[in-house]
Write a protein that binds this ligand. Sequence first.
Ligand SMILES: Cc1cc2nc3c(=O)[nH]c(=O)nc-3n(C[C@H](O)[C@H](O)[C@H](O)COP(=O)(O)OP(=O)(O)OC[C@H]3O[C@@H](n4cnc5c(N)ncnc54)[C@H](O)[C@@H]3O)c2cc1C
Length: 477
Amino acid sequence: MQMSMKRGSFPGVLAGMTDDIDSVVLAGLVAQVDGPVVTPGDEGYAAETFTWNLGFLQTPAVSVGATSAADVRAAVRFAAAQGLPVAVVATGHGPMSAADGAVLINVRRLTGCVIDGQLRTATVGAATEWQDVVEAAAREGLAPLVGSSPNVGVVGYTIGGGVSPLLGRSYGYASDHVSSVEIVTPDGVLRTAAPDEEPGLFWAVRGGKSNFGVVTSMTFDLMPVTRFYGGGIYFSAEAAPAVLAEFRRLVALDDERLTVSFAFLRLPPLPFVPEPLRGRVTAHVRVAFLGAAAEGADLVAGLRSIGEILVDACAEMPFTAFASVHNDPVDPIPAYERTALLSSFPAQAAEALVEAAGAGVDTPVLMVEVRQLGGALAHEPAVSSAISHRDAPFCLLVATAGGPGEGDLLGAPLEAILQAMKPWDHGGTLVNFQKDSDAAPDRVATAYSPDTYKRLLDAKRQYDPLDLFRVNHTLSV
Ligand SMILES: Cc1cc2nc3c(=O)[nH]c(=O)nc-3n(C[C@H](O)[C@H](O)[C@H](O)COP(=O)(O)OP(=O)(O)OC[C@H]3O[C@@H](n4cnc5c(N)ncnc54)[C@H](O)[C@@H]3O)c2cc1C
């Protein structure tokens, strides 16, 4: 355990906070938690505040490395007593801001995954990563509604809905299948939220991100899936018009067992990129099909007939190989992103995408993805939640990489691609894909319908009247 006894090292940038934290007060916090407590200048501060997305250097006033729900409770009560905002970090895949002057509750140590094969459920800790759940569930012949990346945090993903590019169109949002959460609410109390226990909180936490407290444990359903047909097929970007035509044909089948996404990727000329893709602009189609392998092969036959294939990694595979479909980066990167939902993706939209991001376009944007939604994602779950915009059939995600603080610099080229797709903009966003540029309340609000947003504000006033949890997906209360 570490503790700084220094005074006067806190910037005091947020309304209501003191300009330093009294060493006696800090000692009181240290005495109550088992994990490390560090402040700026302490050895360990950089490691404790580290985020996977290197675009952010977190600068909280205090970082509390929680080892238990009791540590989380102590940290939340400390923040409330000091009038400091609370930020939560698990894996650091989705920070929205630098957590300046906040009490950062780092839940990385709260991992673990317990599978109940009879009930087909998983119970995870605050920072359990998807790969751990996928592997544990596979031993029981089951699979979770995992996202594209193996090392995104299960809880952070699920409290933002959680769009699985493998199972979402068959089963819905990950948050639709949550049966209960243990959560330390802003009053410092550990509560259980479930359909019949704190139902208002249960509604809000499934979509409202970290506005309602720190989730210390979550239980959700698993699906009887062991294999799928799918993977990625990479073409040279010149083939994009034909590839996009085939992508649109597959989308139009509207088969809930099938999910496709398309991405322009500008892969760097670096050794970790396989040779045929290194330094090239590629058109990448990602496929996941839950039917028989032969039927899956028939579905992608049209793609395979296009020619100019650089890599064809589409095959039947065990569910544990899910991450190979999108091949998301695993090592930390400084990522900057923009997102929008699209209300349609007609031939004109495909042309606009090619014009904005295809072969020959000079842009620093490394990935432009159009992801198919719909299917079961469009259905309301039995127990309603704060997820909105279920009608949107596509999500657009554009991303690039740069150093810390380069968000403004890289904003223009990212925005340019959103602008090119403006005619098909749905108007809403998915809260999970919002990034730093969405941190203001009016941007966060785009993730919700007006009714849902109003209900979220009501829940926020009830559970967080002091607006302690205001660092990331800030609601306007
Ligand atoms: C490479 C990559 C791939 C992705 N793929 C998908 C995808 O396929 N589908 C999808 O829906 N999303 C996807 N996302 C988005 C991802 O789900 C969100 O960024 C998610 O919030 C990440 O959670 P985390 O815990 O990993 O990250 P963190 O940065 O640690 O947390 C992100 C947010 O979640 C909150 N949070 C995390 N844990 C807790 C907790 N225990 N209690 C309360 N709040 C918590 C934090 O406060 C913060 O606001 C992807 C992101 C990346 C970087």
